[in-house]
Design a protein around this ligand. Structure first.
Ligand code: COI
Length: 354
């Protein structure tokens, strides 16, 4: 792929690596490529990061024909920069796009574009412990027309930002509210895709949870509000009586890259991982019976996030005395060890950019 480069006259000031937060500081450049019916994908370019012009009738602004991804670049101790399973993000985006009637962005082009932008922005990849460069590829319809239809033109873009921990709590346990009224996804819908609409519909639940002092929402299935599915920005796993439980990927749950990686590692360590429906009543009962040993979320942004409390209606369960569980900590250390190049990558998940 030929990538045109447009230089920025004045580079931005880099933020303090001790206070990055999440998603606040965009880097100097972004990747852009266009798709039209006649030309297909064309005009790959890396240009100064900044506002773009859209027609107010742009399909995306009205009907949300948009998908996105999230992955990270990690600075190793030897100064090299590496990516973690970028091809998984590329494939997931192809699946998301198919559901939203958007053209596929080919896997090899996706990885090449990510690598090219990260190379360009190498100085922005932070080096402080637990920091990384968050990479946000996204795609949206650009056609200006108000009829509901499959648009005839799209943009694929990538922006990046140096980040620290997603939650203010860092690697400390978070409190999660089980949402018993609103739903996130139903079978046949878009729950398995990473599309903006899924997140727009989740914000009300998030606002409710925050008002009650909870960090995130645990969504139940959309039909019976009976089975646990996923948390706002991460998949979730439960250790009950020595075995791991997590919701199956059957159309309503996001197929997380970190989820997949953790299942691999857990099975490698000899754990039984049940990708199965788990009723919220059984989960709370396990909590009261002392069988719910650990709960943790998995996600690119959230990494491995210990959960210290679950609230379902008026019932509250404290998990592992609100402390980080032994397995949660071990998974965190192993995953981040591989991602930051401190541990051997025996699964072949990382690739060096430069
Ligand atoms: C990610 O983990 O990369 C996500 O996309 C979650 C997010 C919406 C912050």
């Amino acid at each position: 792929m030929d990538i045109r480069f447009e230089k920025r006259e004045v580079l931005k000031e880099k933020p303090d690596q001790n206070n990055l937060g999440f998603g606040k500081y965009m880097t100097d450049y972004m990747f852009v490529m266009d798709w039209t019916k006649d030309e297909g994908w064309h005009d790959a370019r890396i240009v100064p990061q900044g506002p773009i012009e859209l027609d107010p009738a742009c399909v995306t602004l009205h009907y949300a024909q948009e998908t996105f991804e999230g992955l990270k670049a990690y600075r190793r101790d030897d100064g090299k920069i590496q990516l973690f399973r970028p091809e998984m993000n590329a494939r997931r985006m192809i699946n998301s796009n198919a559901r939203l009637c958007m053209p596929a962005f080919p896997e090899e082009m996706f990885v090449e574009a990510v690598r090219a932008l990260v190379k360009q922005e190498a100085d922005w990849v932070p080096s402080k412990p637990n920091t990384s460069l968050y990479i946000r590829p996204f795609m949206f319809a650009t056609e200006a027309a108000l009829g509901v239809h499959m648009a005839s033109s799209y943009k694929f873009m990538i922006i990046c930002c140096p980040v620290g921990a997603y939650y203010e709590a860092g690697l400390n346990p978070v409190k999660i509210l089980v949402e018993d009224e609103l739903v996130r996804a139903v079978k046949g819908g878009t729950g398995f895709t990473k599309c903006g609409g899924n997140y727009a519909g989740s914000i009300l639940g998030q606002v409710k949870a925050e008002k009650l002092g909870y960090a995130q929402v645990l969504w139940l299935d959309g039909e019976q509000r009976k089975y646990v599915e996923e948390v706002g920005t991460m998949n979730i796993m439960f250790k009950i009586d020595g075995e791991i439980y997590t919701a199956p990927i059957e159309g309503t749950v996001l197929p997380g890259v970190t989820r997949d990686s953790m299942i691999h590692i857990l099975r490698d360590w000899g754990y039984k991982v049940n990708e199965t429906k788990l009723a919220i009543d059984d989960l709370m009962k396990a909590g009261h019976d002392g069988k719910l040993e650990e709960v943790f979320g998995t996600g690119t942004a959230a990494v491995i996030s210990p959960v210290g409390e679950l609230r379902y209606k008026d019932d509250v369960v404290t998990v592992n005395n609100f402390e980080i569980g032994e397995l949660t900590q071990k998974l965190y250390d192993t995953l981040t060890g591989i991602q930051w190049g401190k541990l051997e990558d025996k699964y072949g998940w990382t690739q060096v950019v430069e």
